[in-house]
Structures are given as C-alpha cells and as structure tokens.
Design a binder for this molecule. Structure first.
Ligand SMILES: [Zn+2]
Length: 336
C-alpha cells in the first residue's frame, strides 16, 4: 500500500487493473481529500527493494519507480505488519477514554462524516430515482457544512465525491485524523415499501434483531460487491487492548446514540426501535465512538423524496449537529 499526496493518476484503467509478475492486481484512487493511495495485491510474498521518483521527462509527468523482489513468507509478515500495527494502534491512545484523548493535541474536536457507498458501489436503489450513494454524499456534505459553520468542530469527510472506498479505509480515516466521533450515513431498503423512518445503529457482536443482522450483512458486503474480497485480510485486530478500547468506545457510541435520537426525532421520522445494535465493519475503530445512521428507506417513496430534497437533507444535518452538541456537553460535564 503506497500513500501519496493527492495526485492525478494518468493510468489507462478505471482505478483497478491486472498486474504482471509478482503483482497480481493493482488499484488506486483518492483515499481522502489529501491522500492518493496505490494498492498492490501480490501473487506471492514480496519485499520492497528500492523506491524513488523520476522528474518529468519527454512529455511525461513525474514517475514513481519501485522494485519488488520475492521473499519468504516470514520476512514478508515481519515487514508488512509493522507500519499498520504501530502507526495506527498505539496503546497509549487506546487506553484513554474517547472524550479525553481530544483536548491535548488539537483545539477543535474532529467529527468524521462518512457518506456510505460510492463509485462502483451504488448502495440501495432509490424509489425516487437517485441511488443511496448520492443521498449519503449530499447529506454528508450538508452536515459537514453545518458543522463547520457552527465553529465548534472540525468536520472531515471520508469522501466528497463519487468514489469507492473500502469499509476499513473509512474506519482508518477516523483513526488517522484522531476523530472524536465517527458518523456513517446510509439509507436502507426493504421489500416492504411501506416501511419508513430512520434508525441509529451502534456496534455489537450480537445483533439486536434479525432485521439488524440482515442489514449489517448487506452493508458489510459492499467490499465484496466492489470486487475486493476481505476474506484473506489479516485478522489480528483482535488484541486484548483493542478489545478493551473497543468496549469503552462502544459505551460512548451508545451514549452518543442516546443523545442523537431525540434530536433527530424533532426533525425527521424515526422507527419505533430507533436504537439498534449490529456488527457493522465500518463501526469497528477501536478508539473512536461510532454510529451508523440509516436515515430512512430508499424503498419508501416519501422517505426517498425527503432524503433527496435539500430541505430534508438540511433537517437531517441539523439533527446530527444538535446530537453532536448534546453528546459533547455531556462528555464535558463529566470531566469537571
Ligand atoms: Zn448503505
């Protein structure tokens, strides 16, 4: 995985391609607003021999050159795991309460707004025409705008255009930006088109009901749909420290949901069991309180119209902002 500043790729394929030799497959694209990422899937264990850039030549732009040579599985594992394990999962940060880690390093709390789906993953089709990926992006942008305008927090979008992001890349934005809160926005779909209203989800290994479990399966499938099977990814996330931190942030997540729901309820229709639990991959940042908001049903015509309207989007965004305010008021009360 190679991270670059935001660059324009001049490669003649659409973000993904077949490799040669050791490289089985590659993919690239904007990872967030200021990072471009190139990911190489290897055929067999390999290690980076050297890497350098070449200045523009003969009408071509800058070139990034690197050599990968075959290596043993043990060497590969020793090299590869290091940056991931150390850079993003520092235990000193994980053991702090999510509310506490904030004040020291930055002056404004960072709120990550994640517009669900995108690119070649459209999400649920919409009864009013536009797919879920458009709706989530529109509400995310409006929410970020209102959050910024409040002057109280710093909003960060996982995507601000129609691009595909893996679920765990979204989680990683939250970790890297040391987010104080992570909100993933979605809109659900059901065969029963009369069902409408929003639901707020927080993480749990055991889903609160069958519907929640089925929804988590649908949302988690996004990566497989987009052609990237997660089955062969390293499962070593389950260290004890992460487990502990996750339990703590699960409590904070549930608390945030409790403050968020009444504020949303004042502005939009919510379902009767408006706080549910399920195992969403996108909520698994161990040290960032996270919620997933299903803002309504794309399959219901009234919901789809509300979600597609500027006015409905502004109401949702204002509900989210008020929920964020109430939550941090409670966190601050606790600290004095
Ligand atoms: Zn979704």
């Amino acid at each position: 995985m190679i991270d670059l500043p935001a660059v324009e790729f001049h490669i003649d394929s659409q973000g993904i391609g077949e490799g040669k030799g050791l490289v089985k497959r590659y993919r690239y694209g904007l990872f967030d607003n200021d990072t471009s990422r190139l990911v190489l899937d290897l055929q067999a264990p390999g290690s980076l021999d050297r890497m350098f850039t070449l200045p523009p030549q003969g009408g071509n732009g800058y070139r990034l050159v690197f050599d990968i040579r075959p290596t043993s599985r043990a060497d590969f594992l020793a090299n590869v795991r290091k940056p991931v394990a150390v850079a993003h999962r520092a235990p000193t940060q994980s053991v702090l309460a999510p509310g506490q880690s904030v004040r020291r390093s930055k002056d404004k709390r960072v709120i990550v707004i994640d517009a669900g789906h995108g690119g070649n993953d459209p999400g649920a089709p919409g009864a009013a025409g536009r797919p879920e990926k458009d709706i989530t992006l529109a509400v995310a942008m409006e929410t970020a705008r209102q959050i910024k305008a409040s002057g109280r927090y710093q909003p960060v979008l996982t995507r601000d255009r129609d691009i595909y992001l893996r679920l765990r890349d979204r989680v990683e934005v939250a970790r890297r930006k040391k987010a104080d809160l992570f909100l993933s926005l979605h809109a659900d779909s059901l065969d029963n088109r009369s069902v409408r209203g929003g639901t707020v989800y927080t993480l749990s290994e055991t889903a609160s009901d069958r519907e929640a479990a089925a929804l988590a399966r649908r949302e988690n499938k996004a990566d497989i749909l987009a052609g990237m099977d997660l089955a062969d990814e390293a499962p070593e996330v389950a260290s004890i420290l992460i487990d502990l931190a996750q339990r703590e942030s699960m409590n904070y997540s549930a608390r945030f949901a409790n403050y968020l729901i009444p504020e949303l309820k004042k502005r939009v229709l919510l379902r009767r069991n408006s706080h549910r639990f399920a195992g969403f991959v996108v909520l698994k940042a161990p040290d960032v309180p996270s919620v997933l908001v299903e803002m309504g049903y794309m399959s219901n015509i009234q919901d789809a119209r509300m979600l597609g309207s500027k006015e409905g989007q502004a109401r949702l965004a204002s509900g989210l902002l008020s929920g964020i305010d109430r939550y941090f008021e409670s966190v601050d009360r606790e600290q004095f």
